[in-house]
Design a protein around this ligand. Structure first.
Ligand SMILES: C[S@@+](CC[C@H](N)C(=O)[O-])C[C@H]1O[C@@H](n2cnc3c(N)ncnc32)[C@H](O)[C@@H]1O
Ligand code: SF4
Length: 381
């Protein structure tokens, strides 16, 4: 069975006020200690998973471009040794566009990274400052240029639906971004996450998001602009040229097996006929202690019951433009696709033009994907 591997690096130079990822700021990081712990946890996970075909590795964060390139190299080397790497294995690393980091791109490429995902977030300095970023737009563009010359594949992230952003301003910014794009872009609507600095500002009224109508218009404009240059929206927030889709994230949305190592990482792995949901300790230092003690930092692990598998597979799969393949769904979850959805809501959603059911697939239409958060709790049993 195919496997995707996620490796979490939990440190950043500073905490961005919108972000609730498991990221931490430290004066000093024990690079060698964390490298050892990640390697140990990888070996532990590999021992129980066996020699799977490894289709992707994803270094996410936090800011994995702050990892020592030797650590990245040794993790890739170990993963290749433990598993059976596909010939076209995709190895992605998330990077921030500060100069410290882009000086390392060539070393990361040498380590085996073949796809970079750069957190650009915005292309004007005022917005970058408002987002609490430590880089300028010019630095981001310079990082993109270096990355394009170093990596065979490149994606970058932008955040839109920012306070006071107009549709015209976003179209202009996006056109600039699209001119710099390679095979992939992730375009996220700003969300207010619990416990973040933005949440406090939002609650006090100091940060106002675009209203629903404007947000929907921004989403539509995003798809139109990306489509004009041949990037298709294959997932709610992800746009690629045909063949440029991120294979690692596709594994999540297709509900395939993925192992997650490092602090706070999640996994869904088939072991002994069961699908296990795994979660690691979020605090980096405690996670590392657990790995030293037990060989892994797992705090929660349970078999996903059949109906829950069906729910998860639908929630993930309907994010994709191609939707959910009924035959694959039944084989993966043990539930027939039509039994996992509420028949009445399905009929009404088809009627309203939000969902389509073909002979082989169930998919959300473009307007359905725009309102997926509202639709899913009613549609999925
Ligand atoms: C783990 S971060 C990326 C890696 C890197 N540390 C960086 O910031 O460039 C993943 C991406 O999620 C997006 N993101 C994080 N919080 C978000 C939020 N509240 N709303 C929208 N997008 C968000 C950002 O675009 C970010 O690049
Ligand atoms: S957005 Fe990236 S750099 Fe900012 S805190 Fe989150 S993970 Fe760290």
């Amino acid at each position: 069975m195919n496997l995707a591997l996620y490796i979490h690096w939990p440190f950043c130079l500073s905490k961005c006020p919108y972000c609730d990822f498991n990221s931490h700021v430290r004066d000093r990081i024990d690079q060698a200690g964390f490298a050892r712990a990640l390697l140990a946890e990888l070996a532990w996970e590999a021992a129980r998973l066996g020699t799977r075909r490894l289709t992707s590795i994803f270094f996410g964060g936090g800011t994995p471009s702050l990892m020592a390139p030797e650590t990245v190299a040794s993790l890739i080397e170990a993963a290749r040794r433990h598993f059976a790497p596909a010939d076209d294995i995709e190895i992605t690393l998330e990077a921030n566009p500060t100069s410290v980091e882009f000086a390392r791109f060539a070393l990361l490429r040498e380590a085996g990274v073949n796809r970079l995902s750069l957190g650009v977030q915005a292309l004007d300095d005022a917005s970058l400052a408002a987002l609490g970023r430590r880089h300028s737009a010019a630095e981001a563009v310079a990082a993109l240029e270096v990355a394009r010359s170093v990596f065979p594949r490149l994606s970058f992230d932008l955040i839109y639906a920012r306070p006071e952003q107009t549709i015209a301003a976003w179209r202009a910014e996006l056109r600039t971004a699209l001119a710099l794009a390679a095979d992939h872009l992730s375009l996220y609507q700003l969300t207010i996450e619990p416990g973040t600095g933005f949440e406090a500002l939002h609650r006090s009224g100091a940060l106002v998001l675009p209203d629903e109508e404007t947000a929907a218009a921004l989403y539509d404009a995003t798809g139109q602009e990306a489509g004009r240059v041949g990037l298709h929206g294959y997932e709610i927030s992800n746009y690629a040229v045909p063949g440029g889709e991120g294979r690692h994230n596709l594994a999540y949305w297709q509900y395939a097996d993925y192992a997650g190592i490092g602090p706070g990482a999640h996994g869904r792995v088939s072991v002994g006929g069961e699908l296990l949901a795994t979660r690691r300790h979020r605090a980096p230092e405690i996670w590392a202690e657990r790995v030293a003690r037990d060989g892994h930092g797992i705090t929660h692990e349970e078999a996903v019951p059949v109906l829950e598998r069906a729910r998860e597979a639908l929630i993930m799969g309907l994010r994709l433009a191609v939707g959910v393949d009924a035959a694959y769904f039944a084989a993966r979850t043990g539930v027939a696709l039509d039994e996992a959805v509420d028949a009445e809501i399905l009929a009404a959603s088809v009627e309203a033009g939000y969902v389509r059911r073909t002979a082989t697939h169930l998919m959300a239409t473009e307007s359905g994907r725009r309102r997926l958060d509202a639709l899913l709790p009613r549609l999925v049993k």
